[in-house]
Design a protein around this ligand. Structure first.
Ligand code: SAM
Length: 293
């Protein structure tokens, strides 16, 4: 496995998987979390693992092969969760996990997620949707680009970066990650380029979120989740971005007010010192959990 799953012991604590229980892993990736859940739910408990990325599903199949038919893997969007559950007659559901965003395997792929490798500006988790990062960068209006950089990237120089992109694309189409990174470097004042994070990080994050409709999918799945769970079923959601975390937090609060669930995490759970040391991806991870009434 290339990807190191985050907050594993905390996910196990809040999902509390027991023998013969069934779980849905909405973002199964390479199966890191699914594996530890399957280890706790023998002999007959199952995991329905979903991922939008067929490559992730292929690798996950190999990683979870030892669990045989206890691991059911589906290449689809968790936005379609209700249909996927019905199609697979997957019930009862004792817990649901969402570990949002991108995996390390995708960062290392050839799809342009990383500004450290020169690749085509694609950034799709699947290869069937029409929107790519290249289309956003070359065809969207300056104002639209600025908006996603601000909202999804929290880029303080969104205006300058969007302006530079639209200037530069007049002379040459922007097709590669290195071309884009050079433009970002020209747009961001030099004294802000030696920060803790690379100056292209926020723009790349914003593009990835926009290309894959990440917030839309989360908004689509949240209202369906509680009805899919059994009473006393548990929900754990790991987010890596403040907009995602706010969506999750507000959703859980509303559901608690309606007396549908009880929130188990007063404030979000973050990685402990040991994990922070071993896995830099865990730095921005926030886990929220709840139990259905
Ligand atoms: C952080 S990784 C999950 C890693 C996984 N928990 C593990 O232990 O290997 C997030 C995964 O969510 C997938 N993903 C992103 N958007 C999705 C969507 N709308 N539906 C299903 N999977 C999605 C990505 O392809 C990626 O594999």
């Amino acid at each position: 496995m290339i990807h190191k799953p985050v907050l594993v012991k905390e996910v196990l604590e809040y999902l509390s998987p027991k023998p013969n229980e069934n779980f849905i892993d909405c973002t199964v990736g390479e199966g890191g979390h699914a594996e530890v859940i399957l280890e706790k739910t023998g002999l007959n408990g199952k995991v329905l693992g979903i991922d939008l990325d067929q490559n992730q599903i292929n690798n996950c199949k190999l990683n979870l092969a030892k669990f045989k038919e206890r691991a059911i893997l589906v290449n689809d969007s968790y936005g379609n969760l209700k249909d996927i559950v019905e199609k697979n007659s997957f019930e009862p559901v004792n817990g649901i996990l969402l570990d949002l965003g991108m995996s390390s395997a995708q960062l290392e792929s050839t799809r342009g997620f990383s500004f450290q490798k020169d690749q085509p500006l694609d950034m799709r988790y699947n290869n069937i949707s029409d929107l790519t990062a290249e289309i956003i960068i070359n065809d969207w209006q300056e104002e639209q680009i600025k908006k996603i950089l601000e909202e999804y990237g929290e880029e303080r120089f969104a205006k300058q970066v969007a302006k530079k992109i639209t200037e530069e694309r007049k002379s040459k189409r922007i097709e590669s990650t290195f071309q884009l990174t050079d433009i970002i470097k020209k747009a961001i004042p030099a004294k802000f380029q030696n920060n803790r994070i690379h100056c292209a990080t926020r723009t790349f994050q914003a593009l990835r979120i926009a290309v894959n409709g990440e917030l839309n999918n989360l908004e689509k799945v949240l209202p369906k989740i509680v009805s899919i769970l059994e009473p006393q079923g548990r929900l754990a959601i790991i987010s890596f971005h403040s907009l995602e975390d706010r969506l999750v937090k507000n959703f859980l609060k509303n559901k608690e007010k309606e007396r549908n669930i009880k929130i188990l995490t007063k404030s979000p759970i973050t990685a402990d010192f040991e994990e922070l040391r071993k896995n830099s991806r865990s730095r921005s991870a926030k886990l929220r959990a709840a139990i259905k009434n």
